[in-house]
Design a protein around this ligand. Structure first.
Ligand code: F6R
Length: 613
């Protein structure tokens, strides 16, 4: 979603570098951008443009900004359309503000400020911050005091950076939206995402909830929510995790799909004890989850689908009762909590507003919170009682791919860990499961060798379809949902996933010869039932793409069935089967989008890190 970069320098103009930092945040999704600097005369100079950052860059080349103190922003529209007037920074000449998040009481603030003759020029919630600060400055306050008062009046979530006319400082603040201070030798930085600041410095200080900070060109001072001066720890960020190169791939998404053998392997090896080679999470001091205890797993989007797969796994190998919830529902639903219960939160970014709020809600209700996240320094990682890191590296493509399969391998290892702890599987069975998991990276590689076949399927069956259905049973049902989600978000073709057994209860009414149905049916206990569903849709004219394995393929061939188009996945096992089926789902969606000419890495209306609810 929106991104912030701010720089205060002793000796260099900053606009060019702010724009280059914003470019590194493009992956988050945005529809306009802007930059403001303080001129040598102390006035505020703003440039804003709708569309890609290239338009802003062209504008700044035409009308250069010379200031050494500046703030920049990529906006993903929430309040008001993506037009220049609504783009950030918002400025009235006295102050300029960039803002991520949503000010919930903006209408009330705006009404009060308009009554005091403040003139608004946008439809945004952000502009109320500009006028509120100005109102306090008008009362004779210094910027620091005006900021403190303003923060006390803002409700909602925000990461903000503010410039003040005639002042050599930047003030930043965070509440529910991340913000980090970057430390340089002769300059200071502020960023909503360490990725944007990575070219400038590897030393970061992450602001905590409610913190605000004053940056000067060679110093910074952080205050907590009560405006008391505080020290926050410095973090060295790993530069190798910050690469933004496509490495010869046409898109970040394709690169990330192809990285899966290595990152899934690395993530798995992080979960295993180096000597016993069994899953080991004992270093995290997790409370023991007893049989028949309830475990909540909470997430959004693709991460939620990983949680759904985990429910099938955990309930098949242990006696734990798993409740899986969408974060935006969980956070507002009344649900009984057992004191000392355990809740797992899954998130690639570790910043998703609903998942973060759901974690806060669970903590307030006495739950031990485990974060499965891909960003070690994220808000969720810092809030959780224990963190399990996926080691997928930076995921830039908006559609999650490698983070999802890394989440799955962590959840598979976690399942085996609990099952061994409970004695619900024997040591030998545990070892066999680990053996199955260790083959997954090379099996993913095998899938990737079939990319042309998937491209042909996309061309033949998917790209011209108006609606596409995905069906599966058991742990393949969430993968059917994931296939449909990937396809719709990338290609804008309407796609839905269903449990295959639900077809007859409604969705089968959608079937005709124009609706391709992707059936996930690797060989196993539910194979025959899923194949019956495939026959049912084929009998109504649907084109069936059957995703199955070698055994499933032979079984279908023995039936003398020739209506289905088959795609073979490498193997069938408790853990490997759903995980491996996710790979053709990703590639089919990728190639369909490519053929349709949509923006694969930054699909319309979507943002990488959903930091507003
Ligand atoms: C879909 C996708 C989203 C995210 C969701 C949660 O391809 O990427 O559905 O999975 O927005 O994001 P995280 O995992 O960062 O909490």
């Amino acid at each position: 979603m929106c991104g912030i970069i701010a720089i205060i320098s002793q000796n260099q103009p900053v606009s060019e570098r702010i724009i280059s930092g914003l470019k590194r945040l493009e992956y988050r999704g945005y529809d306009s951008s802007g930059v403001a600097t303080i001129t040598p005369e102390g006035t505020i100079d703003v440039r804003r443009a709708v569309g890609k950052i290239a338009s802003l860059q062209a504008l700044v080349e035409q009308l250069p900004l010379t200031g050494k103190i500046g703030i920049g922003h990529t906006r993903w529209a929430t309040h008001g359309a993506a037009v220049e007037d609504n783009a950030h920074p918002h400025s009235n000449g006295r102050v300029a503000v960039v803002h991520n998040g949503i000010i919930e009481n903006f209408a009330e603030l705006r009404r009060e400020l308009e009554q005091k003759d403040h003139v608004f020029s946008s439809q945004t919630d952000t502009e109320s911050i500009v006028h509120l600060i100005t109102d306090f400055l008008d009362q004779g306050m210094r910027p620091e005091q005006a900021m403190k008062e303003t923060l006390a009046h803002l409700e909602g979530a925000f990461g903000i950076a503010v410039l003040f006319q005639g002042e050599e400082l930047i003030i930043g603040a965070r509440k529910g939206s991340p913000l980090a201070v970057g430390l340089g030798d002769t300059e200071m930085y502020l960023g909503s995402d360490a990725l944007g600041l990575a070219p400038f410095t590897d030393q970061m200080v992450y602001l905590e909830e409610g913190d605000w900070v004053i940056l000067r060109d060679n110093s910074y001072q952080i205050f907590n929510a009560q405006s008391e001066p505080v020290e926050r720890a410095k973090t060295l960020i790993a530069a190798n995790n910050m690469s933004l190169a496509k490495d010869g791939f046409a898109h970040f998404m394709l690169k990330e799909i192809f990285e899966q053998p290595s990152v899934v392997g690395q993530t798995l090896s992080n979960c295993l004890d180096p000597h016993s080679r069994l899953p080991d999470f004992s270093g995290l001091n997790l409370p023991r989850i007893e049989p028949f205890q309830r475990l909540n797993i909470i997430a959004c989007g693709t991460s939620y689908l990983a949680a759904m797969v985990a429910k099938y796994w955990l309930e098949s190998l242990t006696d734990i009762h798993v409740n899986v919830d969408i974060a935006s529902e969980f956070r507002y639903r009344r649900t009984p909590f057992v004191n000392g219960g355990v809740a797992v939160f899954i998130s690639q970014s570790g910043e998703t507003a609903d998942t973060l709020a759901a974690m806060t809600h669970a903590k307030e209700n006495g739950q031990f919170c485990i974060a499965v996240v891909n960003v070690a320094t994220s808000s969720m990682a810092r809030l959780a009682d224990a963190v399990i890191l996926t080691d997928a590296g930076a995921e830039i493509g908006v559609a999650s791919t490698k983070a999802f399969t890394c989440q799955l391998v962590v959840l598979a290892a976690f399942t085996v860990f609990i099952a061994l702890q409970h004695g619900s599987v024997t040591l030998e069975q545990g070892q066999q499961f680990v053996e199955e998991l260790t083959h997954i990276p090379s099996q993913i590689q095998d899938q990737l060798h079939h990319k042309e076949e998937l491209q042909q399927l996309a061309q033949a069956y998917l790209v011209h379809a108006r609606d596409i259905l995905y069906i599966g049973r058991g742990a393949h049902y969430p993968i059917a949902l994931e296939g449909a989600l990937k396809l719709k978000e990338l290609s804008y073709i309407h796609a839905e996933g269903f449990p295959a057994g639900e077809l007859k209860h409604g969705p089968i009414a959608l079937i005709d010869q124009d609706v391709p149905v992707i059936v996930l049916a690797p060989f196993g206990p539910l194979f025959d039932k899923t194949i019956s569903n495939a026959f049912e849709v084929a009998a109504r004219g649907a084109k069936v793409i059957l995703v199955t394995d070698k055994q499933g393929k032979s079984a279908v061939e023995r039936m003398g069935q020739q209506q289905f188009t088959l795609f073979e996945v490498s193997t069938a096992g408790t853990f490997s089967s759903p995980l491996l089926c996710a790979i053709p789902m990703q590639l089919m969606a990728y190639y369909t989008a490519l053929l349709k000419g949509t923006d694969v890495d930054q699909p319309r209306n979507l943002a990488k890190s959903v930091t507003v609810e």
